[in-house]
Design a binder for this molecule. Structure first.
Ligand SMILES: [Zn+2]
Length: 256
């Protein structure tokens, strides 16, 4: 039987949390979604990935991984497929901001002073800063590191290696090459390999329309090219993201 992991808050006792907070460890809160990821990836893709990245970071620098926020901001058709797919369950921005703020304050009450919001679901990004700012307005003794985008800047050479068939932008990477590759590495048991197929919206302009026109929404929920996915790319994406999280934490909070 596996032992409880001393850095995973879900598996810790209150005394262990008290001691970790007193030792000055940062707490990392993953922010994900419950959202369709095409016919081949599970609904928990955006929650599994940041959790696993945070758990890997905990092997490199001391930190506590808090239970993640498993519901995210409304899925937008051009970057997430939209709200019409069964299984996509989202929160309104005001609810999400209030939820993140209250979890931050709960972590602060538990003794943590160094807090990190680590986002995976694109639509959440703008709301993290707002929630952090509200939490800090209530508790001036905390500092919050806000990571809206989990990938580092890649050089053009790295991008063409990682995306041999062309990089069209991170906002098209929903249920596509990036996420499928990482899930190959983290949870291959959840990837329906026989269901992987490329798709895209008939029209994806760089503006938006509410309500979304039907041709903004790809039939399968896939925005680009999951058939490009590979374990090798997944490993590189994963390591790059772990390193980025570790670097940001060490830069802003130092070693405890
Ligand atoms: Zn996703």
């Amino acid at each position: 039987m596996a032992a409880p992991r001393p850095y995973l808050m879900d598996e810790m006792t209150w005394e262990e949390v008290r001691d970790a907070a007193a030792a000055g460890l940062p707490a990392v809160l993953g922010i994900g979604s419950t959202e369709q990821h095409g016919p081949h990836l599970p609904l928990n893709t955006d929650a599994v990935i940041p959790m696993e990245i945070a758990l890997a970071a905990a092997q490199i620098t001391p930190l506590v991984v808090a239970p993640p926020i498993h519901y995210g901001a409304m899925s937008r058709p051009l970057i997430g497929g939209g709200e019409r797919f069964p299984g996509t369950v989202s929160l309104r921005a005001a609810t999400l901001i209030a939820t993140i703020r209250e979890v931050l304050l709960g972590l602060a009450k538990s003794g943590f002073r160094k807090l990190c919001l680590f986002n995976w679901h694109y639509e959440n990004s703008a709301y993290l800063w707002e929630a952090a700012d509200l939490a800090v307005a209530t508790r001036s003794d905390i500092r919050v590191l806000v990571i809206e985008h989990p990938m580092p800047e890649f050089s053009p050479a790295e991008l063409s290696e990682l995306f041999p068939n062309g990089f069209t932008g991170w906002n098209f990477e929903h249920a596509s090459h990036l996420e499928t590759s990482i899930m190959y590495v983290l949870r291959p048991d959840l990837v329906r390999r026989d269901r992987i197929a490329d798709d895209r919206a008939a029209r994806a302009p760089d503006w938006d329309m509410v309500p979304p026109p039907d041709d903004y929404i790809p039939r399968s929920g896939v925005l680009m090219k999951p058939t490009d996915a590979s374990e090798e790319a997944g490993q590189r994406f994963f390591e790059a993201s772990v390193n980025r999280l570790v670097t940001a934490i060490r830069t802003e909070f130092g070693e405890p």
